[in-house]
Design a protein around this ligand. Structure first.
Ligand SMILES: [Zn+2]
Length: 399
């Protein structure tokens, strides 16, 4: 039976911490994760296993052009009604409220987000307000948004304006690796930058009894083990997966890296915990030219090197930087269009990084001087490496 959606009596912002038992450890994840070439065409069959009868297909105008025909065919064959909902491009409260108002007049009982990070994050906020389950179909593997119960919100002008934390993760995440393989290489590589932070930040949180994960709890061993597998997969398969995307081919390496970038990184960051890599990545977004020209995972890459130096793991920082050079992620500040010689810039980065609160997860006192020193050291390591072995992968992705 269908009734018109009424919902939307929910608060605009949820409290940061839903888990309140002191010292508790918690682990959350999507109910199902399905990945493979061509799985997009099975969306209808998977939805037919749920109570859903009327899907709202939420995607950008470009997404409509690329995917709407296939999705409609899949849903029609499963006898599920489908409406297209066009995402205007910004994950802002204006966009979220507009979509909620439109969907309330319908009988939509499941939301399907097809697209990149902002589309997925907006859909999480819309589905929460409507009280309907969310299915995520990422069109890129450039970030770890698809599996989590968190949205990053922006103003209408695209300035980061906070985050929302939801009581439920997406019910399922469907990743079509043929779609990922046809996207530009730079997106997959940026996803590797975001994913590589996962293990190092989770390991720091696990080692520090005072640290808390994104849920506000202690991390589980499970989440940390997932983070470790994520990093190992990147080291072993990252270069081969980038080559596969250049050829538009779905290979075993690509499948492994898509899982690392999406599932392992997503669960690993949310339940394992964040620290210096994301504190520094957030700090880079204060510079408009960086925010506009670089992807989240590219800023996280520089953040990861900084984090490892703050955590006094110099050898690991060198190993990770060598991997970043091989796949084309930034390893020095110049590769993020930031002037390392400008002390004011470094101070501004340190200030925002400290303000994020995430540096408190590092098990020793960290102040602005320490952050600036770690940024400089990371920058120098990157410079040394690119001076010795060049930067052909980075140059190819940024030409
Ligand atoms: Zn991230």
């Amino acid at each position: 039976m269908n009734t018109t959606n009424k919902a939307a009596s929910k608060p605009a912002y949820l409290p940061r911490t839903l888990f309140t038992d002191p010292g508790a450890r918690a682990f959350i994840a999507p109910q199902r994760y399905i990945q493979g070439p061509g799985v997009l065409d099975s969306l209808g069959r998977y939805l037919s296993l749920t109570p859903a009868t009327h899907a709202g297909l939420f995607m950008s105008a470009g997404g409509v052009e690329r995917f709407a025909k296939r999705l409609n065919a899949s849903l029609t064959s499963a006898e599920i009604k489908a409406d297209l909902l066009v995402f205007a491009g910004e994950c802002s409260l204006t966009e979220i409220d507009k979509q909620v108002a439109a969907i309330q007049a319908t009988t939509i009982d499941v939301l399907v987000a097809v697209g990149g990070g902002k589309c997925v994050d907006a859909a999480k906020a819309i589905a929460y307000r409507l009280g309907v389950p969310l299915v995520v179909v990422p069109s890129l593997a450039s970030n770890d948004a698809p599996t989590s119960a968190v949205s990053v919100l922006y103003s209408d002008d695209g300035v980061m304006a906070g985050a929302e934390f939801y009581p439920e993760n997406p019910v399922f995440v469907l990743v079509d690796t043929a779609i990922i393989a046809s996207a530009p290489e730079r997106y997959l590589v940026a996803g590797m930058g975001d994913a590589m932070a996962t293990w190092y930040e989770a390991a720091t949180c696990l080692s520090n009894p005072a640290a808390r994960n994104v849920l506000g709890t202690r991390p589980t061993l499970a989440a940390t083990a997932i983070g470790e597998t994520c990093a190992r997969t990147l080291f072993e398969q990252g270069v081969a997966a980038a080559a596969a995307v250049r050829d538009g081919a779905v290979t075993q390496a690509l499948e492994d890296i898509v899982e690392a970038n999406t599932l392992l990184s997503g669960i690993g960051f949310e339940s394992g915990g964040l620290a210096g890599a994301h504190a520094v990545a957030q700090a880079f977004t204060q510079f408009q030219h960086v925010e506009e020209n670089f992807l989240h995972g590219e800023m996280v890459a520089m953040g990861t090197l900084t984090h490892l130096l703050l955590d006094q793991r110099l050898d690991e920082a060198r190993r990770v930087a060598a991997f970043f050079v091989a796949v084309g992620l930034p390893v020095h500040l110049g590769q993020l269009a930031v002037d390392a010689a400008d002390a004011d810039v470094l101070e501004a980065l340190a200030k925002v990084a400290l303000g994020s609160g995430l540096l408190a997860n590092i098990p020793r006192p960290v102040d602005a001087v320490a952050v600036m020193a770690a940024l400089r050291s990371a920058h120098e390591i990157g410079h040394e490496l690119t001076a010795a072995s060049g930067s052909s992968a980075y140059d190819r992705l940024h030409s």
